[in-house]
Design a protein around this ligand. Structure first.
Ligand SMILES: CCCCCCCCCCCCCCCCCC(=O)SCCNC(=O)CCNC(=O)[C@H](O)C(C)(C)COP(=O)(O)OP(=O)(O)OC[C@H]1O[C@@H](n2cnc3c(N)ncnc32)[C@H](O)[C@@H]1OP(=O)(O)O
Ligand SMILES: Cc1cc2nc3c(=O)[nH]c(=O)nc-3n(C[C@H](O)[C@H](O)[C@H](O)COP(=O)(O)OP(=O)(O)OC[C@H]3O[C@@H](n4cnc5c(N)ncnc54)[C@H](O)[C@@H]3O)c2cc1C
Length: 667
């Protein structure tokens, strides 16, 4: 019987039963004990700061309060980061995730895109001019690219920036209703500047899309400047804390020096100078795509902490008549839904770690003038962004469903996580569109393979002999699992290429052939990403140095990730008869064994993520498992309960009970 104080006895038992030291696993996840200590220090600074506790809980706030409270929090975070000298992105990330968990910042775009775009695309002079103002929040900016009519097809943006050599100014216009900027974060009410993506016209020619710094509000009064119409786009699925906005520009003149000119330039006489690679202007999107992988992993990890701890505490249904009700975590169906997600959260964390390192390495090369790795960085970041946000958003929703009715309450903390993670499937490149960019890269690699050219290391699996059969035995070795994923991806890539070739042979143009094959191309891209993430997980577990008990437990989790992915996508794996039916049975049996193997460590695996209760903000996911008392306290704190009898009772219910409906007839 669970107690109502201290740690819930079921949860305590789970912790005693685990086979490894949780601290050792935390050390591995966060790259060493020093970093774990630093992360705890930053979490602690935020969670113990009375400033963040003085506000009413997010779920009880109106939209306007959500914005205003979140703004105060993020301005305070900004101030504290300066006082504490937190300059490393990872330090800011940990401090912020504890200070305002899943509350999308009203100055987030300023930090995540506006400043980095100036840093990466601005000239030395522009950086000197704007960065100090941006750092001190005198300039608050956003990244205004998407328009009402176009988000994906950015070459089709309609905003124009026409150069006037007489005054050495650009004139910005939103010529149609669909050309108004729509969606940029923080644009509606917060920012006084924008980096506007617009079609550049000079000397009568269109030179494609470029970035322009545009002041939109007066620096003293905050009123929109002449020629500017700006506002909030209204309530959304989530992101109530963020004033995503619209913006119309009518003959707004800005100096020539306001075009970001590190790479492309317009000279005083209007001569256009091309960049070394036209896609270099897309760099800020690549940065955020890379960051989304870790962000999505974190969301799923937190959802798993909540759902798995709750599943250990929750008891439902006597298994044999009159017997004790089982912990719901002991139901195989619950395990089948949750443990692969637990494995996915680890897989995505490692993918996020890889992505961050790869981004830093490649951008350093680009800054040094070597642009060779740009296509790879684009393909990997687009693919991992899409794959992680899809898997993690769907995973968070499954975690919520696994909590039954209580999962539907904001008390669970899960809806807040979901509405924060799911837009990652859309923003920074809609996921299907991103997968098609990956497919474009894969088709290029296929062409190289056909021509006998060398492939980058991570693409070499494409030369796999497709007639080869699986080496899978009862042992279910990790390398055999990786081979299976690579075999499937290699086949799907070839199938997509063959589909296009066939359409071309039948007289279609290459564009028509592409459009007639996009579903197969997307399958291939997803299979490629799945293989990439699986291999990364396997290599992380096999090649890294860590405590042997942790390694053994993590190996089971990694195996579950790989086996579950195959069992759930069997059609694709058996289509080319790589596995025979005996091997499929081995995999299905292994899956069930792995669920049982992971069961004693499930709580330890989520504890190792080391999220304090203040970050999770969940009655169900509390470390002490005192779920029911917390739910009761949460219900009692609802503003609806402040009065025993609401005014609405006297206004509506009472008259209705007396058969009086006059107030409706007045309408
Ligand atoms: C520890 C730290 C962790 C930190 C965590 C912090 C967490 C924060 C995360 C959450 C923050 C949330 C804030 C974000 C808010 C959202 C902001 C936005 O949405 S903003 C708005 C976001 N909006 C979007 O994302 C719009 C999506 N749309 C697009 O990006 C483009 O339209 C497109 C890529 C789809 C096509 O572009 P188009 O120009 O038509 O190109 P074509 O198709 O004709 O291909 C031509 C060639 O170009 C190539 N290439 C393309 N891109 C790149 C690249 N980047 N590079 C290199 N190459 C690239 C391509 O491969 C091809 O090569 P080839 O085959 O010829 O050799
Ligand atoms: C919460 C949030 C915050 C945002 N913040 C910003 C911001 O700060 N700054 C900014 O500039 N923008 C921002 N955006 C806009 C965002 O980047 C775009 O919504 C996104 O890029 C998708 O573009 P779209 O809306 O035009 O979708 P669409 O392209 O209209 O997509 C609709 C459907 O069409 C499909 N589709 C479109 N093109 C193709 C194609 N070529 N092939 C196959 N299928 C296709 C898509 O897959 C999708 O299913 C934000 C959006 C959201 C939701």
């Amino acid at each position: 019987m669970a107690t109502t104080t201290g740690v819930n006895s079921d949860l305590a038992k789970e912790r005693n039963n685990s086979t490894f030291d949780v601290e050792e696993l935390s050390n591995f996840i966060y790259r060493g004990p020093e970093k774990v200590k630093r992360r705890r220090y930053l979490h602690n600074l935020a969670t113990k700061d009375p400033f963040f506790r003085k506000f009413k809980p997010w779920a009880f706030q109106t939209r306007e309060e959500q914005y205003e409270i979140c703004l105060q929090k993020h301005l305070y975070i900004n101030k504290k980061c300066k006082e504490l000298n937190l300059t490393e992105p990872v330090d800011k990330f940990f401090y912020t995730e504890a200070a305002a968990p899943h509350e999308n910042s009203p100055i987030g775009l300023h930090t995540v895109m506006f400043i980095p775009t100036i840093e990466k695309q601005g000239t030395e002079e522009q950086k000197k001019r704007w960065l100090p103002l941006a750092e001190s929040l005198k300039m608050i900016g956003t990244y205004a690219q998407t328009e009402m009519g176009h988000g994906t097809f950015i070459r089709g943006l309609e905003t124009t920036a026409t150069y006037d050599p007489r005054t050495r100014e650009f004139i910005l216009n939103s010529p149609t209703i669909t050309s108004m900027k729509y969606w940029p974060g923080n644009l509606g009410k917060t920012t006084n500047h924008c980096l506007v993506m617009a079609q550049l016209y000079t000397q009568g020619k269109n030179c494609g899309i470029h970035m322009f710094m545009v002041q939109i509000r007066d620096l003293e009064t905050h009123m929109p400047l002449a020629g500017i119409e700006v506002g909030d786009i209204g309530p959304k699925f989530g992101y109530g804390t963020n004033d995503n906005g619209f913006l119309r520009l009518s003959n707004v003149r800005i100096p020539r020096e306001n075009m970001l000119m590190r790479y492309s330039k317009v000279l005083e006489d209007g001569t256009y100078v091309k960049p070394p690679n036209a896609k270099i202007a897309y760099g800020s999107m690549v940065l955020v795509r890379a960051a989304i992988v870790t962000d999505a992993a974190r969301a799923l990890a937190q959802a798993c902490v909540i759902s798995i701890r709750y599943s250990a505490v929750r008891r439902q249904t006597e298994v044999s008549p009159g017997g004790e009700e089982a912990q719901i975590i002991d139901y195989q169906t619950q395990q089948y839904r949750l443990f692969p997600l637990l494995a996915t959260s680890y897989a995505m964390y490692f993918a996020g770690r890889f992505m961050y390192d790869f981004y830093l390495k490649t951008t350093a090369e680009i800054e040094g003038g070597n642009l060779d790795s740009m296509p790879q960085l684009h393909a990997i970041s687009a693919g991992l962004k899409a794959f992680s946000s899809w898997m993690c958003s769907a995973g968070v929703e499954t975690c919520r469903l696994c909590c039954g009715g209580h999962g539907y309450s904001h008390a669970s903390g899960l809806p807040k996580i979901y509405i924060d993670v799911v837009p990652g499937c859309t923003y920074e490149g809609e996921n299907n569109v991103m997968m098609l960019q990956v497919a474009r890269f894969l088709m290029k690699m296929y062409g190289k393979l056909q021509n006998g050219e060398a492939l980058p290391t991570f693409m070499q699996y494409m030369s796999t002999d497709l007639n080869k059969k699986s080496c899978m035995t009862e042992e279910v070795a990790l390398n055999c699992l990786v081979m299976a994923y690579e075999h499937r991806a290699a086949r799907m890539i070839r199938d997509a290429a063959a589909s296009m070739e066939k359409l071309v042979q039948s007289g279609k143009s290459p564009v028509e052939a592409w459009n007639g094959s996009t579903v197969m191309l997307t399958w291939a891209a997803i299979a490629h990403c799945h293989a990439f993430v699986t291999k990364l997980f396997v290599e992380t577990v096999v090649k890294s140095r860590m405590d042997s008990k942790v390694q053994s437990a993590l190996t089971s989790l990694c195996k579950l990730y790989a086996v579950h992915g195959i069992v759930e996508n069997l059609g694709g794996f058996i289509q080319d008869q790589f596995f025979d039916s005996k091997q499929v049975k081995i995999l299905q049996k292994k899956l069930m064994q792995l669920l049982a193997e992971i069961r004693p460590n499930a709580v330890a695996f989520v504890d190792a993520f080391d999220y304090p209760d203040e970050v999770l903000q969940s009655c169900l996911g509390r470390y002490d498992g005192q779920v029911y008392q917390a739910l009761y306290d949460y219900a009692k704190s609802s503003p609806m309960n402040e009065k025993e009898v609401l005014d609405s009772y006297y206004k509506y219910i009472k008259p209705a009970q007396n058969g009086k409906y006059q107030q409706y007839s007045k309408l």
